[in-house]
Design a protein around this ligand. Structure first.
Ligand code: FES
Length: 142
């Protein structure tokens, strides 16, 4: 609220009034709402991935990943898998990838450990991580 008052007073000091002020406020509003992909990170998912299915054969390689229903599923080696939301918590861009043992976002360079913690200070927010269980060739992601 205090920022808006300061902003309003600043704009008034520039000689802007009425319609011009309203246009600036509306333009500012629409620009900020365009900055995100507006994806809602699903709090809960319920996915089954059959690793013997040819569509997911690349997941058998350590360091590889696939994206299914906005969930990034990565093979982190030694038969272990981790799944994260594709939506970066920094500015809600749908850009999360898996590379060299970390999730990362190419938009502004945020890097996240496999527990979702940002490791390079780009954001204080946590990447959504889902629980993965493996039973035979089937991964269940919740
Ligand atoms: S949106 Fe991912 S680092 Fe900014």
């Amino acid at each position: 609220m205090e920022d808006k008052i300061k902003r309003h007073e600043f704009l008034k000091s520039l000689g802007l009034k009425g319609g011009a002020l309203l246009a600036l406020y509306c333009t500012g509003q629409s620009l900020s709402s365009c900055s995100a992909d507006n994806t809602v990170v699903p709090a809960n998912v319920d996915l089954s991935v059959d690793l013997s299915n040819a569509s997911y054969s690349s997941l058998s390689n350590s360091g590889s990943y696939v994206v299914i229903s906005n969930v990034v599923i990565a093979n982190i080696g030694n038969g272990n898998y981790v799944a994260a939301s594709i939506t970066c918590p920094h500015e809600n861009k749908n850009a999360i990838k898996y590379q060299s043992g970390s999730f990362y976002c190419p938009e502004h360079g945020a890097s996240f450990s496999t527990n979702g913690t940002c490791t390079n200070g780009v954001t204080g927010k946590t990447l959504k991580i889902y629980t993965v269980t493996k039973n035979g060739n089937v991964l269940t992601i919740k």
